[in-house]
Design a protein around this ligand. Structure first.
Ligand SMILES: [Zn+2]
Length: 499
């Protein structure tokens, strides 16, 4: 019997190992889910199957440090947008929302099959909701004890730490003291405090202060979720934020962050429901049509929309994603407006909502790309999609190829090696994912083969679910999930528990 030494040989590529070291030409051999050898010139007949990686980069699988897959993972057929962008491990349970029983959730996920590895944070909001509903008050000491007990159970069941979402119900109702008490539960267990801060806009300075106070007082590392500064009037604050963070890091507090590489945020969708006061699921387009017939009301609607846009910096920060005519789609609002000389801003919006039967929608480019790049260049900022399956935002499908294509190749914000480090070993080390995030003999074989000349996101604000280009092969625990850019249908992913 002719037994081969290896299962898979990834041959002829440039190995970028995830540590930040320069890439070098070598072959990577995989045996039983583990990287068995990395060296040049391994013979083709030493493996039962060979992946041709000539001209390609071979690197550790990407770790999505922040996503919301847990909201949908048990509901339908497996969604492969993560594998398609090279993600081999995804972390859910962020922004305060997670399954309350992590153990049950993991059992079901395992039963269903996982295309990638999967780990969770325990969500403060979900735990608070379980104990006291959506009540806007402090918990009694008994309720706080119950919340702490649920958190302790989640940690014992493998959660990586505690997440908060302090702009959402019920997280928004909690005070700093409550957060400190909760964070104290995870501190002795080595858990991380990950926070969607109370403000990413006008009150961001206070919000950052609170995040630091919680982590410092409880004694946990701090992970700032989807780090950014929102609204043009706050641009310029990133530098101050970075000064503060570096100062705290210098005083021994471990601070890291995740980031998605887009100037439009998850809250940046502006459809009729947002542009017309009182327009919601119940009143909807019927209410709008009625008001539209009345000249006075039509004028008031236009004034409302116009004031809203002005308050957010003006029409140059909005681009159109749905409109009555195709030629308007993709245009910035001020350009579209300049072609409609007879209408002012508010009138244009009202007319568009009318002509499109309520479908008109825009996105708000509320983040400065300069500041986005500034955050991206920090050695402690990692990639995270903040992906919400089914949402309007292209980040769910495009984050990692966009970092490598737009920010490495096109804009040269990062070197290739540094970008790969920030989406592999940095999250693996920060989150305690042992044996992952590096290509080295003995490590688990989560591997991506991609083309550095073509890798790019294709998903955009108008078509948010297009798969990226350039991600050629993806192995999860040594098993191909993407082969020649196509999904294999394998489910080799594992639940990863806090060690
Ligand atoms: Zn969030």
């Amino acid at each position: 019997m002719n037994q081969t030494k290896y299962d898979i040989l990834v041959k002829g590529g440039t190995v970028v190992d995830g540590t930040g070291s320069p890439g070098h030409k070598a072959d990577v051999a995989v045996k039983s889910g583990i990287i068995a050898a990395i060296q040049p010139g391994l013979p083709e007949d030493s493996a039962s199957s060979v992946i041709d990686a000539g001209g390609k980069i071979v690197c550790p699988g990407f770790i999505d440090a922040h996503c919301h897959t847990d909201w949908a993972i048990l509901d339908g057929p497996w969604d492969d947008h993560q594998e398609r962008q090279g993600v081999t491990t995804q972390i859910g349970g962020l922004c305060g929302t997670s399954p309350v029983s992590i153990r049950e959730h993991f059992e079901q996920a395992n039963k269903q099959g996982l295309g990638t590895n999967y780990a969770l944070f325990a969500g403060h909001g979900s735990i608070r909701h379980e104990v006291m509903g959506d009540e806007n008050r402090k918990p009694t000491s008994e309720e706080l004890d119950q919340m702490k007990a649920l958190l302790k159970t989640a940690m014992d069941e493998g959660a990586l730490g505690l997440s908060t979402g302090l702009i959402y119900r019920p997280g928004v109702f909690s005070d700093t003291e409550e957060l400190i008490e909760m964070a104290k539960v995870i501190a002795p267990l080595g858990g991380i405090y990950a926070t969607h801060m109370r403000s990413e806009s006008d009150d961001i300075e206070k919000a950052l202060d609170e995040a630091i106070t919680v982590a410092r007082t409880a004694g946990t590392p701090l992970q700032i979720s989807h780090i950014k500064v929102i609204m043009p009037r706050n641009w310029g604050f990133a530098a101050k934020m970075l000064d503060r963070i570096r100062q705290e890091q210098g005083r021994g507090l471990k601070i890291t962050a995740d980031q998605y590489p887009y100037a439009v945020t998850g809250g940046g969708h502006y459809g009729a429901a947002r542009l017309v006061e009182g327009y919601d699921r119940e009143t909807g387009f019927d209410m709008f049509k009625e008001q539209y017939q009345d000249a006075q009301k039509r004028k008031e609607m236009a004034e409302y929309a116009s004031a809203l846009i002005a308050e957010r910096g003006g029409p140059e920060y909005f681009s159109i994603i749905k409109a009555s005519q195709d030629k308007l789609v993709g245009m910035y609002l001020h350009d579209a407006l300049s072609k409609q000389a007879a209408l002012n801003l508010g009138e244009f919006i009202v007319e568009e909502i009318h002509k499109s039967q309520g479908q008109f929608a825009m996105v708000y480019h509320s983040v400065s790309e300069e500041e986005l790049a500034q955050f991206m260049q920090q050695p402690w900022v990692m990639g995270g999609t903040d992906g919400v399956p089914g949402a309007f935002h292209p980040r769910t499908h495009g984050t990692f190829p966009r970092i490598l294509g737009r920010y490495v190749r096109e804009k040269q914000v990062l070197s290739l090696e540094e970008a790969i480090r920030k989406i592999t070993s940095l999250p693996a080390d920060t989150l305690g994912l042992e044996e992952r995030g590096r290509l080295t003999p003995g490590a688990i074989a989560d591997i991506v083969v991609f083309d550095p000349d073509t890798v790019i996101d294709r998903s955009n604000m108008v078509q948010p679910t297009l798969y990226p280009d350039g991600i050629e092969h993806v192995l999860v625990n040594g098993v191909p999930v993407i082969e020649n850019r196509e999904r294999t249908g394998a489910f080799p992913g594992k639940v990863l528990l806090r060690k």
